[in-house]
Design a protein around this ligand. Structure first.
Ligand SMILES: [Zn+2]
Length: 266
């Protein structure tokens, strides 16, 4: 039994996970300046001693080097925030949760989270792959545009497919009404996503690619052009040989964080 917390840009979700099932849960709005206080109060209330926390941070050697959306965490040594918790990049937690929710069957599993920002996580041989803290910062691979990114540099993938820049929310609602411009928008979105993901697929040769994050609700609108473009961009590997799925749950980050902590994987 463990507590898993997923600190997102807009929501903090937490859950006590027992035998892989959620038995209690919490949800709070993310307010920069009050995040640490919220984490402490959830942990106190849960009474759990095994705690995993996924944070939207670029982590290096246990330090949250940069958290563009949560300034409060930037520069902090993570283990000083709440003692005895295990910290990980939020996408590593989501990837592991999605791996678990598929009965740990598909490996390697590559997860891409398309939300306000764009991140990714990888599970290889049953372990989250995190590099030295935050591997797979796929949203900051360049040169996809001339736009300035929150990371401080220009041209990141996130600046063309991240919700903050792409206006995807409005487009999703229009696509549901079969608005032609919106359908074209997602056709082009799928192609750009293929350009972003093809290098990761070629590098990691995943058995499954899971697409999560708020923009994944438009999955059906962008997946056909995504797969068609991917066919052109990959060599030796064909998309037919890979499973593509939407994320199974919005809570997979809490489940993954709890299990990673309980199993001592990070
Ligand atoms: Zn960037």
């Amino acid at each position: 039994m463990a507590l898993g917390i997923d600190v997102g840009g807009s929501k903090i979700l937490a859950a006590v996970v027992e035998d892989g099932r959620i038995t209690r849960e919490w949800s709070y709005k993310t307010k920069d300046g009050e995040v640490i206080q919220t984490l402490k109060s959830i942990i106190r209330e849960s009474g759990e001693s095994v705690v995993g926390i996924g944070v939207p941070c670029y982590i290096r050697d246990g330090i949250c080097v940069k958290a563009p959306h949560i300034k409060e965490l930037t520069g902090r040594e993570l283990k000083d925030i709440v003692m005895d918790a295990r910290y990980m990049n939020d996408c590593s937690a989501i990837a592991y949760g999605e791996y678990y929710l598929r009965d740990e069957k598909y490996d390697p599993l590559l997860l891409v989270a398309l939300g306000t920002g764009v991140g990714a996580g990888l599970v290889v041989r049953g372990m989250p792959y995190v590099g030295r803290g935050s591997a797979l910062e796929i949203g900051h691979i360049k040169k996809y545009s001339e736009r300035r990114c929150e990371c401080g540099k220009t041209g990141c993938l996130e600046t063309v497919i991240g919700g903050r820049y792409a206006g995807t929310k409005d487009m999703y609602l229009r696509a549901k009404d079969r608005d032609e411009d919106a359908l074209k928008f997602f056709e082009s979105y799928g192609k750009t996503l293929a350009y972003g993901l093809a290098p990761a697929i070629q590098l990691f040769d995943p058995e499954i690619v899971v697409i999560g994050g708020s923009i994944s609700q438009a999955y059906d609108y962008f997946i056909p052009s995504f797969l068609a473009e991917l066919e052109e961009l990959l060599s030796y590997i064909t998309p037919d040989d890979i499973i593509f799925e939407r994320a199974k749950s919005l809570k997979s980050g809490t489940i993954g964080a709890a299990l990673i902590a309980e199993r001592g994987l990070i």
